[in-house]
Structure formats: structure tokens, C-alpha cells
Design a protein around this ligand. Structure first.
Ligand SMILES: Nc1ncnc2c1ncn2[C@@H]1O[C@H](COP(=O)(O)OP(=O)(O)OP(=O)(O)O)[C@@H](O)[C@H]1O
Length: 314
């Protein structure tokens, strides 16, 4: 269990995190979301005792990070995957870390296998791809077999296979009863990985909610329907209370607003309309996140596209 109580961090006149309180439960993946500059990294550094809060405090399993006698065995963290000695091999990096924390060599080989780095474990870590570096960062975090994991943007820059791998790994670690806090600025990815979300913007708490509730609220964004009987279905939908139909540019595709996919599916079945596709619009999740954090975005484009192409006055 991670607990933040009134966490505040100011850098001179700049308040990076303001009066932030939340708890992170074991057994599930909790996503820590917010736009760029929202204060995610600053918060994580405070949880790990790397930054001292201006006020408030944070505990992991009831104690401040620095009060744990063997912190690496209690909390595994990945803040910057690249924070490694680039001249060392991946295995030597992990061996050095293990040696300073009284962790046996056998555990080093275990985590190398766990993150799939066995083939390259004796290669210089400086030559690693971004994905391999992320895997090594995760191996370091897991080295002490900690009950709590804090990972900052672990999917950044990964290819789809790497993203899927991290998603499954985090879920299985949580299923073992660990507390898993993972930051991201990608709502769609977190919706697939996490069960609970903590959303911040400009250093303040915006939402502390289950993904199911967030998704339910956001899924009002319509249903995409592909059918060879688009005209017929559009006519039928006119009589369905609450439904509004937009015809897409693509032939045979309708976007239906105001009702869910079940209602559209049932209507189609009742009238023997063949459906090739019936998809709740996922993009609305990202839209809901943007909507939620709109006022909290720190760096916004101040020049509108039209102004970018405006001809100079003659
Ligand atoms: N050492 C520092 N000195 C001054 N300002 C800082 C410092 N560290 C962070 N900040 C500021 O605090 C705010 C929060 O930064 P932080 O890196 O925690 O955000 P973030 O949510 O992790 O962003 P990103 O997704 O871009 O990594 C930003 O405005 C940042 O410029």
C-alpha cells in the first residue's frame, strides 16, 4: 500500500505538486495519469524519497521509503531506464546492484530470464535498444522481489510487442498481490493495463477512480457499425429513441450516437440486418481524458493552425 498525504512540492515560485493525497492498493495495477508536466515524476520521486516534499508526506507499507531497512526489497522502482552504467553488461549491472543489497546471484539470473534478456545479458548495456533498456530497468526494479513497484512511463518508446509484454507482466505482478503504480500520459494504454486510475493535472488530483467507471463514463462516444445494409439500418435507427446516426465517408459504415452497441445489435438482429462490425468507439476514452485534463495542460499550442499559414500582409 502506498499512501500520499497532502504531498506538495515547490521549486522556487513553481508549485509542481499541490496538496496531493491518494492511496494505491495492492493486488491491482494503478495507473498514474496526467498530461506532460502534470507532476507525475515529481510525485514518484517523493514517494521514493528522492525529493523532499515541501509539505505533506508519503509512505510505502506504513513507512517512509528512507525508513525501510532494505528499501530495494520493499519497493522496486524505475524512474529513468537509462540511468545505468553504459559500459557494463546488463548482467554485471544487475550483479553490482545485487551485491550492494545482499541479493544472491541466482536472483540476477532469475530476473534476466523474467524480462527476456538472457540472449543479450553479457552485452554492453550502452548498446541496448530503448526496449532492451526498459527491460533492464524493470529487471533492476524486480531484483529485490519487492512487494511494491513504482514505474515511470515504462512503455515509453516500446514497440507493440514490448507494450503487450509490459502490460501482461504488470498484471501478473499485481495478481501476485503486489502494489503496482505505473505512470503514463496515454489513457488508452492505461485503460488496458490498469484497474484503477489516479489522474493529476498541474500538480493537483483530478480523478481517483476505477477504470471501469472511467470507461463507462467515456463510452458515450458512439458505436461504429459496418453493414452491407447501411441505408436500411440508418432508417431503423431513426425510430430508436435517443439514437442519432452519422454516415461515415467509408461506404457501409455508420456512427451511431446516443445508444450503446447492445441496443444497435438487438435492433439489427430483430430486423435481420447483417453486421460485419459493431464497435464502441474507443477514441472517446482518450477524448474523455483530454476533456478532463484540458484546463490542466501546462504547455498548450498558442498559435492556431490558421495563423501558421497566414500570408504576411502586403
Ligand atoms: N527540479 C526542478 N526544478 C524546477 N522545476 C521542476 C523541477 N522538476 C520538475 N519541475 C517542474 O514541475 C512540473 C512537474 O514536472 P514533472 O516532471 O513532475 O511532470 P510529469 O507529469 O512527470 O511530466 P512528463 O509527463 O512530461 O514527464 C513541471 O512544470 C516541471 O517543469
Amino acid at each position: 500500500m502506498i499512501e500520499a498525504v497532502g504531498l506538495t512540492k515547490s521549486y522556487g515560485p513553481k508549485t509542481a505538486v499541490q496538496d496531493l493525497s491518494f492511496s494505491v492498493r495492492p493486488g491491482i495495477v494503478t495507473g498514474f495519469l496526467g498530461p506532460n508536466g502534470a507532476g507525475k515524476s515529481t510525485t514518484m520521486r517523493m514517494l521514493l524519497g528522492l525529493d523532499t516534499p515541501t509539505s505533506g508526506h508519503a509512505t510505502v507499507n506504513g513507512r517512509r521509503y528512507s525508513d525501510h531497512p532494505a528499501p530495494l526489497r520493499e519497493v522496486g522502482a524505475m524512474l529513468e531506464a537509462r540511468a545505468i552504467h553504459t559500459g557494463r553488461s546488463a548482467r554485471n549491472h544487475l550483479l553490482a546492484l545485487a551485491a550492494t543489497h545482499g541479493i544472491p546471484t541466482s536472483r540476477v539470473d532469475e530476473v534476466i530470464d523474467l524480462v527476456g534478456l538472457r540472449e543479450v545479458a553479457r552485452r554492453r548495456a550502452g548498446g541496448f535498444s530503448l526496449g532492451m533498456g526498459q527491460r533492464l530497468g524493470i529487471a533492476s526494479a524486480l531484483l529485490g522481489d519487492p512487494a511494491t513497484l513504482i514505474l515511470d512511463e515504462p512503455v515509453n518508446g516500446l514497440d507493440p510487442e514490448g507494450i503487450l509484454w509490459i502490460r501482461n507482466l504488470l498484471k501478473s505482478l499485481a495478481a501476485e498481490g503486489r502494489t503496482v503504480l505505473v505512470s503514463s500520459h496515454l489513457m488508452s494504454e492505461m485503460a488496458l493495463t490498469a484497474e484503477h486510475l489516479i489522474v493529476i493535472g498541474r500538480g493537483r488530483l483530478i480523478a481517483d477512480t476505477s477504470v471501469a467507471d472511467f470507461t463507462a463514463g467515456a463510452s458515450q462516444g458512439g458505436v461504429r457499425v459496418r453493414t452491407p445494409q447501411a441505408d436500411e439500418l440508418a432508417l431503423l435507427l431513426r425510430d430508436l429513441p435517443g439514437a442519432a446516426v452519422a454516415v461515415e465517408d467509408e461506404p457501409g459504415v455508420l456512427t451511431v450516437e446516443g445508444v450503446d452497441s447492445e441496443a444497435v445489435g438487438k435492433l439489427a438482429a430483430e430486423h435481420r440486418v447483417v453486421l460485419f462490425e459493431l464497435t464502441p468507439r474507443q477514441a472517446s476514452l482518450e477524448e474523455a481524458f483530454m476533456e478532463l485534463t484540458r484546463d490542466a495542460v501546462e504547455y498548450e499550442a498558442v498559435v492556431r493552425p490558421a495563423e501558421l499559414v497566414k500570408e504576411p500582409a502586403a
